[in-house]
Design a binder for this molecule. Structure first.
Ligand SMILES: Cc1ncc(C[n+]2csc(CCOP(=O)(O)OP(=O)(O)O)c2C)c(N)n1
Ligand SMILES: [Mg+2]
Length: 667
């Protein structure tokens, strides 16, 4: 890399007190990291950890510009950011040792240390993930009007992730109070930045988004400090984001596992070691007579003692228990009581969803709605119709077509105080958001030891029935029901749609809320006018019967009910159960029914193989085997992507007749 033109050509000097404070932070980071490396070698710290030695000036100078209530999001090389934002070294060290006294109760480890009270959203094991999450924190900050900013730290490698570009775009177009701080240490694991990164610099990429992009010498805290100061001022003044590329070098291997050869040329390495940022600051402190010659050694000693205290604290910590791990996954659900009767007023499925959104937005100012075309248009299926006019552009937001980032934005906003409802225009597009849902939303509370809440709803239409073919018609509930940390809701009536969406919005966990397209076009039913919440994890007996149980989901529920009505003419008594929530599942309701009827058919629109029906089947085999008088039959889609042709589509989606035939086959 060519020599960096110093940003501080303006000859600015850090005020003495700031220089002293930044130096102390750098010293604490250096000492912590060096001790961490020793403990790793000794086997007290396991797994992996990524040393920040060599890059200390960046975290120290960035965070010197931040208030306690400003937010930072970090990445795998995150210890320095946490220390600079004020984290407690004792709880950090205990976490590195996997103890229950650590920041995450030993459930997160080096890559997940966080402290929401200090505005630390956490390091992250997924390269680039802090950026979308921080757009959400910045959105929450903007809506709160308290003047906070959000800073996303990331490496040069992360600047080639799609979410970098999506987040830059979103932050620019929404003028979010945000800083993108790229710590360009010139390597991503073993790969040189020059061989992976097009363009003259990472900072230059800001131009494409109409944002200021500044390259600074990351080994010079003065450079970093003043660039960040201006960026923070712009952000607080409502002028949007800045990209800062701080060029630096890591001293250690990529990680402490050190199991790969280091590809970095010795001359390059030696040259950068010669630019030790800590030594440079110490020289400046002495040259400017901010500190006397003899004052440095006692400072080093004090920091060494602080780190040793942290090590002792960590060693004294207890090992976490399996009970603690199990309890950390989900936040408790708020109490929900169903109304006595759904009343007589009949409305459509989409109108019921719309009422839930409007009611909850009215009730709670933290509820916001985001997604493609959800604003003035009201969404392509009109579920958000009228919300924009009623609640305004700040709370009803049309997003760019950047699913990963606007879902990540919702998650970041949920963690920092809002209650976003994010629409996926068609649920197949969820594939673009899997990291945000599965690695971020589902695990955030858990990785941080069970404290934080992630109150976000991801909702949208899934399944077939309207001739949209293979990439717009899938039923993907099994993907999500598999993942601890997610709630999965799948209503089958307008009544359940409204009551469950209200519950989902009030819940403190990430909720995948699936809406059947067949129900969008077909279903109407009685729905109470007032807001109400249906308990999460409680299924419903839709029709009582004696001879056989049909567990059906979503659009299969009305088909199962129609089949049951017809079979009754032949004297066959079918009990139809709608689980309504797929995770958590109302196991007791299903088991009780099968113990009564001794026969089970499961019907869903999704593919049979590895579909949700396999889970219900396994449940019944494991817990009610002795009550079964016949094999379990699953009715689902054959193993083909959804065909476009309408007759073939009808053939693919399970019909009333197929459900009836399955029932008859068991009697
Ligand atoms: C999405 C993703 N891809 C790959 C990895 C594996 N990995 C972890 S760190 C890393 C290199 C990251 O480089 P950079 O962003 O420059 O950060 P640095 O380690 O240099 O600080 C890789 C490939 C990962 N954790 N996440
Ligand atoms: Mg790097």
């Amino acid at each position: 890399m060519s020599d960096i033109v110093p940003y501080s050509t303006r000859n600015r000097m850090l005020p003495a007190e700031d220089l002293k404070s930044i130096h102390r932070t750098m010293l604490r980071i250096r000492a912590f990291e060096q001790r961490t490396a020793e403990l790793f070698t000794e086997g007290l710290i396991k797994g992996t950890a990524h040393s920040y030695v060599g890059e200390e000036a960046i975290a120290a100078a960035v965070c010197a510009n931040l208030r306690r209530d400003d937010i930072i999001g970090s990445y795998h090389r995150g210890h320095g950011h946490c220390i600079a934002k004020g984290a407690d070294l004792r709880k950090m060290m205990a976490e590195l040792m996997g103890r229950s006294s650590g920041y995450c109760g030993g459930l997160g480890g080096s890559m997940h240390i966080a402290d929401l009270n200090l505005g630390i959203l956490g390091a992250n094991g997924i390269v680039g993930a802090a950026m979308p999450l921080c757009t959400g924190a910045a959105l929450a900050a903007k809506l709160s009007g308290q003047g906070q900013v959000a800073v996303a730290f990331f490496g040069d490698g992360a600047s080639n992730q799609g979410v970098f570009h999506e987040s830059m775009n979103l932050a620019a177009v929404w003028k979010l109070p945000m800083l993108f701080v790229c710590e360009n240490n010139q390597y991503a694991l073993t790969t040189s930045y020059l061989s992976t990164t097009a363009g003259s610099s990472i900072a230059d990429r800001a131009l494409a988004y109409g944002v200021s992009g500044i390259q600074v010498n990351g080994n010079d805290p003065t450079d970093v400090y003043f660039a960040v100061k201006e960026a923070v001022e712009r952000a607080r003044a409502g002028q949007g984001p800045t990209l800062i590329e701080a060029v630096t070098y890591r001293w250690g291997q990529h990680s402490m596992r050190a199991n790969l050869p280091d590809p970095r040329p010795k001359v390059e390495y030696d040259a950068w070691i010669g630019k030790d940022p800590l030594k440079a600051v110490e020289r400046e402190l002495v040259e400017r007579q901010v500190l006397g010659d003899g004052e440095l050694a006692p400072l080093h000693e004090a920091v060494r003692e602080e780190v040793e205290t942290a090590v002792d604290f960590g060693k004294a910590g207890r090992q976490p228990t399996p009970e603690a791990a199990l309890a950390a996954v989900y936040a408790p659900h708020p109490v929900a009581i169903e109304p006595n009767s759904p009343g007589t007023r009949e409305i459509s499925f989409t109108a019921a969803l719309n009422e839930a959104l409007a009611d909850e937005m009215e009730r709670d100012g933290r509820v916001i709605v985001m997604g493609e075309d959800v604003g003035a248009t009201g969404g392509i299926f009109q579920v958000t119709k009228g919300l924009y006019e009623r609640f305004g552009a700040e709370r009803v937001r049309d997003t760019p077509i950047s699913e990963a980032t606007f879902v990540g934005c919702g998650i970041g906003a949920a963690i920092t105080g809002l209650r976003p409802v994010v629409e996926l225009q068609i649920f197949d597009f969820v594939a673009l958001t899997m990291d945000m849902l599965v690695n971020q939303a589902a695990k955030f509370r858990y990785m941080l030891g069970g404290g934080p809440k992630v109150p976000i709803v991801i909702r949208g239409p899934q399944g077939g029935g309207i001739r949209l073919a293979a990439q717009h018609s899938q039923s993907l509930e099994a993907w999500f029901a598999h993942v601890p940390g997610l709630i999965v809701i799948a209503p089958s009536t307008p009544y359940a749609a409204k009551g469950l969406l209200c519950s989902a919005i009030r819940d403190d966990n990430p909720v995948i809320f699936l809406e059947s397209k067949l129900l969008y076009v077909g279903a109407t039913g009685p729905v109470p006018e007032q807001p109400y919440a249906i308990p999460i994890g409680k299924g419903e007996v839709m029709r009582e019967g004696r001879d056989i149980t049909v567990v059906a989901t979503m659009a299969m529920v009305p088909r199962a009910l129609a089949a049951a009505a017809q079979l009754a003419n032949d004297g066959i008594s079918v009990e139809v159960i709608d689980p309504r929530t797929l995770r958590p599942l109302d196991e007791a309701l299903i088991l009780e029914s099968v113990r009564k009827t001794n026969r089970l058919v499961i019907a869903h629109e999704a593919w049979t193989q590895c579909g949700f029906g396999a889970e219900i089947s396994a449940l019944v085999v494991e817990k009610a085997f002795d009550w079964l008088d016949a094999p379990i039959v699953r009715v689902g889609a054959p193993g083909i992507p959804m065909p476009y042709n309408d007759e073939l589509e009808r053939w693919t989606i399970p019909s009333q007749e197929r459900i009836s035939a399955a029932v008859r086959s068991l009697l």
